[in-house]
Design a protein around this ligand. Structure first.
Ligand SMILES: C[C@@](CO)(OP(=O)(O)O)[C@H](O)COP(=O)(O)OP(=O)(O)OC[C@H]1O[C@@H](n2ccc(N)nc2=O)[C@H](O)[C@@H]1O
Ligand SMILES: Nc1ncnc2c1ncn2[C@@H]1O[C@H](COP(=O)(O)OP(=O)(O)O)[C@@H](O)[C@H]1O
Length: 289
């Protein structure tokens, strides 16, 4: 049997870091939403008890270190699946970019294997397995738009943002999430107003959403990579309604309503950055497969 799953990237509309926990992770409050930029996961069941990963990208590992492989391994163990699975991974989401590409691949394998092997499970159960793989995987299992708390694994569904375009620019650097969290001084950093962002989504208020974006990690990444701040500035100059770094970076996104404006920002950015994307905000779960 064969099935296909989309693995969409996310952006953090807001990301607040509250404190460092005893387990080394940070307590966060994040509003996340999916965007129409996705990897593709194709799963085929195998009679033999093995996991085969075919990743057509030189930027990701082809073995156990790949989060998609790890997800398949966890599913086999958790549900005592005796058969095997062939995973074909087609990458479109930039790697180590703050867009949760790897986490979304893992989540797509969790969802996909549940379908492939007709497992008696729930999204909540899959999200719990996902949390063992990485902090962002639970959100990616659910998709849509959510408030994520704890270390990112506690998910409360939110309405989708008002329809808009997302223009993304990824500078040619890979950022380690761990390094950014480690370099953060929580007292010195800026903190977004999460409740204002939640309110904006609940009332479908585009302007309030744009005013409420904020990311506690942005200042840390900007200190290490000043080009992130420059890209933000270029986006605003070109007419973006707002712009922010996603996750630990280095990708910067801007929001804009009319497509002509989004195209203008894209064209402007192409003079400074090779990797520029113009996509719709997804924000709802229905669009996952
Ligand atoms: C910053 C965020 C925002 O969505 O995303 P990305 O920039 O990675 O996309 C997330 O918090 C990243 O989630 P994820 O990438 O799944 O992180 P994990 O693999 O669980 O953790 C990687 C490392 O980041 C740090 N970490 C992560 C999450 C958290 N709440 N506190 C932390 O301190 C830890 O040092 C951990 O060893
Ligand atoms: N399927 C995958 N896709 C992308 N990266 C992966 C994958 N599996 C493992 N990785 C590793 O995870 C790291 C972070 O990947 P990614 O999820 O793209 O970044 P981020 O968490 O910043 O959004 C990279 O160093 C990469 O080598």
């Amino acid at each position: 049997m064969y099935i296909m799953e989309k693995a969409p990237a996310k952006i953090n509309l807001s990301l607040d870091v509250l404190h460092k926990r005893k387990d080394g992770f940070h307590e966060v409050e994040m509003v996340m939403t999916t965007i129409d930029l996705a990897d593709r996961i194709e799963l085929t069941s195998l009679k033999k008890n093995k996991i085969v990963l075919e990743a057509e990208s030189r930027y990701v590992p082809n073995d156990e270190r790949n989060l998609a492989y790890l997800a398949a391994k966890k599913m086999k163990k958790h549900y005592s699946i005796t058969g095997g699975v062939h995973i074909k991974l087609t990458k479109h989401v930039p790697v180590a970019a703050g867009l949760a590409g790897g986490s979304s691949d893992a989540a797509a394998v969790l969802r996909g294997m549940a379908r492939l092997f007709d497992l008696d499970t729930t999204p909540g159960e899959l999200a719990e397995i996902g949390a063992e793989i990485g902090s962002d995987v639970s959100f990616c299992v659910h998709g849509g738009t959510a408030l994520a708390t704890g270390r990112g694994e506690k998910i409360e569904e939110l309405p989708a943002p008002p329809p808009c375009w997302v223009v993304l620019a990824k500078p040619p650097i890979g950022v380690s999430t761990k390094t950014i969290y480690q370099a953060l001084d929580i007292k010195e950093a800026g903190h977004p107003d999460t409740s204002s962002m939640v309110e904006a989504l609940r009332t479908g208020d585009y302007e309030k959403m744009c005013q409420s974006v904020g990311n506690t990690l942005e200042g840390v990444t900007v200190r290490l990579y000043p080009e992130v701040a420059q890209l933000k500035e270029h986006m605003l100059q070109a007419g973006a309604d707002t712009s922010l770094m996603s996750g630990s970076g280095p990708t910067v996104f801007s929001l804009v309503e009319p497509d002509v404006k989004a195209r203008r920002i894209c064209n402007h950015l192409k003079g400074f950055c090779d990797e520029v994307y113009m996509v719709r905000v997804l924000g709802t779960k229905e669009t996952l497969d």
